[in-house]
Design a binder for this molecule. Sequence first.
Ligand code: NDP
Ligand code: 8X3
Length: 252
Amino acid sequence: MKNSIALITGATSGIGQATARLMAKEGVKLILCGRRSERLQQISQELSEHTSVHPLQFDVRDKSAVNKAIDSLPEAFKNIDILVNNAGNAHGLDLIQEGNSNDWDAMMDINVKGLLYVTQAVLPGMLERGKGHIINIGSTAGKEVYPKGNVYCASKHAVDAINQGMRMDLNGTPIRVGAVNPGLVQTEFSEVRFKGDSERADQVYKGYTPLKPEDVAEAIWFAVTRPPHVNIADLTMMCVDQASSMIVNKQA
Ligand code: NDP
Ligand code: 8X3
């Protein structure tokens, strides 16, 4: 894997950042993406002690910005081997009848359309080179629906469908496509979902031991380090205290 090139969306935080750290230590060259430029610079600087890093700032919702960013890659970073479609978030946790349509737009635009835009910008090069691996970060929310999760769950069910569809359409090519679907992971996810309400966000991870972003990074690494004839199509993982979206063994 040393000297392979990976593009990770959502590398400024949580699962994406943990994946970047793990891959950097393994000598993978990294294209790190996100909107927050200061964080991008910071992590890029830190990881460039281990590997070559190219920060790329763009909003996955903006199709032309996505294309411009990928087109702008210097020669040394153009031949992307691994795409980790990770950027995404939940926005709000509301009954459908009380939902905020701006939140709905954000989730569908980022989690679904953003993933498609980035894939469309990266995949032609993979096909030309006859080599590539796409990891789509889904969720247990893409496998089941929970109350008030309506649109976030819909966006992750869409990721599940797109992941399956990509694999079908790319069958017969050497491109590998698979999803990693985590349950509860302690990241900035709930902070974003609850719009900066840290107390409410902290409650989500209290009373049990959630997954760490590093646990998910290791699963991604497992998937991308299989021999070329092996494809981890769909990997769902939860902490031991979680049995389903609604069943979590929380101590008071
Ligand atoms: P974080 O909030 O910690 O990270 C989200 C990342 O996505 C950030 O780096 C953020 O970067 C990036 N991002 C968000 N919106 C955009 C955008 N419009 N354009 C570009 N980048 C964007 O959350 P997680 O690490 O937990 O989430 C990563 C993925 O994992 C998401 O797809 C999430 O749905 C999924 N997931 C999370 C779980 C959890 O419990 N935490 C469980 C299952 C799946 P920036 O703000 O700098 O743009
Ligand atoms: C994140 C996990 O259960 O908060 O995808 O939806 S959950």
